[in-house]
Ligand binder design. Structure first.
Ligand SMILES: C[S@@+](CC[C@H](N)C(=O)[O-])C[C@H]1O[C@@H](n2cnc3c(N)ncnc32)[C@H](O)[C@@H]1O
Length: 400
């Protein structure tokens, strides 16, 4: 389908007939698509039915990012839903802009409007720019559907041609996915990171969303780099301008717990495995803040290259999941099998860091059986392939 046809099909969804069809399709079962389509085609044009079914599928996919309330009012494109910022992360960012006193943001590369919506809901006026006509039309429909059109101006333009001098902040979320999966070279972003950095330097405040794998060396010295995880999964990194030059920060959603420093500690000591093993959150690891977490736990690393912290005490921290370690064995699946059999472990969680062995392979080889649960860590301890067996540590208050 060509671009113009895409736009025409999308516009047809905004008519009363299109909206009615979408409302009917809210609870449709994709497995029944053929039957649903032929039923609807009796009363509606085939193109409209196919556009509505496509949109209904996208809305179902979008629920995970936007929640059902918004997802079933919003509109999406396949790339738009894929590339949009999830609502929890966009809300967090919008709140950060609001805390800086920002009132007007130029959202350069707005996509279907994931960030623009959150900014407007934080009371910030937004100029939302995307060069793709269909994407811009979808963003416009979204701010209308969510009742925030008075705060958001959507403009279809190339961001490199937009004058942002009237705005007290710019936010840039470049397109990062090429035809062959994700692009890790920040100069291959559209627009390239160097353009976004220039735009950021011209504004009083700026935030640039980048892939979480961005090497620390390419972070400009005047930027503050923030890594954000949600539910333990690292979602993105953001380079802030106008805030805390040279700082790194890990923000963990949904709690919002944030660990930051402008003077990173040296690498933690390597020590023997203690009673507890802590698995730092991915945002902490990406932000290179494992040493800060180890210091708070009075712990050390099990190996200088591995981001597991070990300590003798259980200290509650939002930045790492704690496990009580019961056994430390050299890597050997036969021994693991014997140990788990003896302990009657039927539910085995396999975690690994610094091991090439696949968790599925371990489960297949040890065939866990029994009423108990355990976690095994496949890792290296002081360079040697090692298995650490344990279980999630109960919070101190829960221990009888
Ligand atoms: C990652 S998406 C933005 C997602 C958005 N923040 C959201 O949460 O929905 C990037 C967008 O940048 C747009 N884009 C890429 N290069 C552009 C340029 N030079 N000018 C305007 N838009 C551009 C693409 O069309 C795409 O929609």
């Amino acid at each position: 389908m060509g671009r113009v046809t895409d736009l025409a099909a999308f516009s047809s969804l905004l008519t009363d007939e299109g909206r009615g069809l979408l409302a009917d399709l809210r609870h449709y079962d994709p497995a029944q698509e053929l039957a649903v389509a032929s039923r609807l085609r009796r009363d509606h044009p085939a193109e409209l039915v196919s556009a509505a079914l496509g949109q209904a599928r996208l809305r179902q996919r979008a629920v995970a990012k936007f929640g059902a309330d918004d997802a079933y009012r919003m509109f999406f494109t396949p790339n738009g839903v894929e590339q949009s910022t999830r609502a929890s992360v966009a809300r967090h960012r919008a709140a950060s802009f609001a805390r800086l006193g920002v009132r007007r943001v130029a959202d350069l590369c707005c996509g279907i409007g994931g960030d623009a919506v959150a900014l407007a809901r934080a009371g910030i006026a937004v100029l939302a720019v995307d060069r793709d006509p269909l994407t811009a039309a979808v963003a416009r429909a979204n701010v209308e559907a969510l009742g925030i059109a008075d705060l958001v101006e959507v403009r279809c333009a190339d961001v490199t041609e937009v004058d942002t001098s009237a705005y007290d902040a710019v936010f840039v979320d470049p397109a990062r996915r090429g035809g062959r999966g994700r692009i890790f070279d920040p100069e291959a972003y559209s627009p390239p990171l160097s353009w976004a950095v220039d735009a950021a330097r011209r504004a009083p405040y700026a935030a640039l969303k980048v892939a979480p794998g961005i090497p620390h060396e390419v972070v400009p010295p005047e930027a503050e780099a923030e890594w954000i995880s949600d539910g333990g999964d690292v979602k993105e990194a953001v380079l802030w301008f106008g805030t805390a030059p040279g700082s790194v920060r890990a923000t963990l959603l949904p709690s919002g717990a944030a660990l930051a420093t402008s003077a990173p500690l040296p690498a933690p000591p390597v020590r023997g495995v203690g009673r507890y093993l802590y698995e730092p959150d991915g945002a902490v690891i990406r932000a290179h803040l494992v040493a800060e977490v180890a210091a708070r736990l009075d712990g050390g690393l099990v190996d200088e290259t591995i981001a597991y912290v070990t300590a003798d005490e259980l200290r509650p921290t939002p930045y790492a999941a704690a496990y009580e370690i019961t056994d430390e064995l050299p890597f050997n699946l036969k021994r693991l099998k014997a140990l788990l059999r003896e302990r009657e472990v039927g539910t085995l969680t396999v975690k690994k860091r610094g091991s090439a062995v696949e968790p599925e392979e371990v489960r297949r080889r040890v065939k866990p059986k029994g009423p108990h649960a355990a976690t095994v860590f496949l890792t290296r301890v002081a360079g040697a392939p090692t298995m650490l067996v344990g279980r999630p540590a109960a919070a101190p208050a829960e221990r009888g």
